[in-house]
Design a protein around this ligand. Structure first.
Ligand code: FES
Length: 109
């Protein structure tokens, strides 16, 4: 099996009702995971070439849903389902993080 080109981590953490911190799972992370998977299939990406994995909390919960793309370590915050095509076409397809989504802004203060 060849090494994957990219690994997309989608925070899918959930918290119980009434918890003081928000969670990506309650903000649509499940739909994002499905949209990434469907988007890869629609683009004819062979299984295993790009991995999409739900993860536990990645840290910046207030800025969720959080998505991180490796190996370049690009962080996307407040990701919406409508952002997925751009991430797949521009970042995964062309290797250029999607500037209009302010990648890595969470770490720039
Ligand atoms: S719950 Fe998603 S970053 Fe913490």
């Amino acid at each position: 099996m060849p090494k994957p080109t990219y690994h997309i981590l989608v925070c899918s953490n959930t918290r119980p009702p009434g918890h003081p911190k928000p969670s990506c799972g309650s903000q649509g992370a499940g739909q994002l995971l499905m949209a990434f998977s469907m988007g890869l299939m629609e683009r004819g990406i062979p299984p295993g070439q790009i991995l999409v994995t739900g993860s536990a909390c990645l840290g910046p919960c207030e800025q969720g849903p959080t998505v991180v793309v490796y190996p370049d370590g690009t962080w996307y915050s407040k990701v919406k389902e409508t952002d997925i095509p751009a991430i797949l076409d521009e970042h995964i397809g062309k290797g250029t993080p999607v500037a209009r989504l302010n990648p890595n802004a969470i770490w720039e203060g």
